[in-house]
Write a protein that binds this ligand. Structure first.
Ligand SMILES: Nc1ncnc2c1ncn2[C@@H]1O[C@H](COP(=O)(O)OP(=O)(O)O)[C@@H](O)[C@H]1O
Ligand SMILES: [Mg+2]
Length: 403
């Protein structure tokens, strides 16, 4: 991000100060908003996350110290750079400011150049920290497909996403079947695994990179698959601690890690959902599916998942009497990002043949939609990377979406 798109929130009950700072920072290319007390600032932040906040201390309703403390308690704003504008310059005030979690303070009356210098220092520091944490997290992207209701294309999406991403970005992709108690990825891909997550769980203490990579079965698309245990009673072997040991190895070795996380809130599924960079949440346009998804989203909210990582997918598993999409979005409180068309013939044929939809001969609406979805999910991070030529699936999708 270049500095001229950075957002600054200015909080002060004096409209002279908010106006003046808005004009000055605005003319420097910053995106500036203002609020006249702490409570209103919290309202603004809910819909517009700033890159930095400058706040007065003495304000009605909620003052600067309390505002700082409140922001520090929430994960999204815990590291937001904050500068307090204080009228007093005593040591007690400084200590109070830092204790409340402010990064810096400037005493009133202040010199604009000084304030600007402090703003730039804090923004640069925060950019550097963001870069570092992105770096730490490097390794493959983790996408989890989860549907509390089931029967809405969860496994179809996971399988076809894995195949498409492998080909679109010529990327190493792992597909893990965690849809317990009866995982079906192997059936969808016509694979007969000798080795599954069940055996892996029994060898947990020996989990090292070589072992994990050998255990994954190659599919003719290039995807490497780790199947669910063969029998439901083996499900209990799949613990959160297995996931904690396994997934760092997968992320280190694959560009994409796709998980069919099934429909149950098991410890293992929760461990995946928490780690996932994106949760794909397929639902069909009926009340039962909508209700199950809305409840799931509430649980995600309570667990303080970043709602931006959750992508509901509207999956047309029937053709008539659907709930309107707008109403569904209103009930969910998050937008539907992807729509998959009704195409029972193609989907069922593909399952019966064990050939993923996107690998079937002949194009179908559902295959195009699944390819587009794979692109929508990953283009931002992968388009810029150097590659040799343009794989056919990438060319097709870009032609459809970009023209
Ligand atoms: N786009 C679609 N059009 C029509 N039917 C679909 C579609 N996607 C899925 N289905 C139906 O849903 C069933 C379940 O699909 P599946 O991928 O196994 O979902 P889940 O993993 O959520 O149970 C399929 O057998 C098919 O009948
Ligand atoms: Mg399934």
């Amino acid at each position: 991000m270049t500095s001229n798109t950075e957002r600054i929130l200015i909080v002060d009950d004096s409209s002279l100060i908010t106006k003046m700072l808005r004009v000055k920072f605005g003319s420097m290319g910053f995106d500036v908003r203002t609020a006249t007390d702490g409570l209103l600032a919290l309202e603004v932040i809910k819909g517009w996350m700033p890159d930095l906040m400058i706040s007065d201390v003495m304000m009605p309703n909620m003052g600067g110290y309390e505002l700082c403390k409140t922001l520090r308690q929430s994960p999204e704003t815990a590291n937001l750079p904050i500068i307090l504008l204080t009228a007093q310059s005593g040591v007690t005030e400084k200590v109070k400011g830092f204790e409340s979690g402010a990064d810096d303070y400037v005493t009133k009356p202040f010199d604009f150049e000084e304030l600007e210098a402090r703003v730039r220092v804090l923004l640069a520091r925060s950019q550097a920290q963001k870069g570092e944490s992105a770096h730490e997290k490097q390794g493959g992207e983790l996408f989890a497909c989860f549907s509390p209701k089931g029967g809405v294309g969860t496994t179809t999406i996971a399988v076809n996403l894995a195949v498409t991403l492998t080909q679109m970005w010529e990327a190493k992709t792992a597909l893990i079947d965690l849809a317990l108690p009866i995982g079906q990825v192997a059936v969808f891909m016509d694979l007969r695994p000798n080795f599954t997550l069940g055996q892996m769980a029994q060898k947990e203490t020996l989990l090292d990179e070589d072992f994990v990579l050998q255990a994954m079965l190659p599919h003719n698309s290039g995807v490497r698959v780790l199947s669910a245990p063969r029998a439901p009673e083996l499900s209990e072997l799949i613990t959160a601690s297995l996931i904690e040991n396994l997934f760092p190895i997968l992320r280190d070795n694959f560009t994409f890690v796709i998980v069919d996380a099934g429909r149950n809130f098991t410890d293992a599924a929760l461990s995946i959902l928490e780690r996932a960079d994106r949760i794909l949440l397929p639902l069909s346009p009926d009340l039962a599916s909508l209700q199950a998804t809305a409840v799931t989203l509430n649980t995600f909210r309570e667990l303080e998942y970043d709602l931006e990582k959750i992508w509901p997918i509207l999956s047309w598993t029937f053709s008539q009497d659907a709930l309107p999409q707008k109403e569904m979005e209103r009930a969910l409180g998050v937008p539907i990002q992807i729509v998959l068309p009704y195409d029972p013939r193609t989907v069922v044929q593909s399952i019966n043949r064990g050939t993923p939809v996107v690998m079937q001969a002949g194009k179908s609406a559902i295959s195009e939609a699944l390819e587009n979805a794979a692109y929508q999910l990953t283009a931002e991070n992968h388009l810029g990377k150097p590659r040799n030529g343009e794989p056919p699936v990438l060319r097709r999708v870009r032609k459809r979406l970009v023209g």
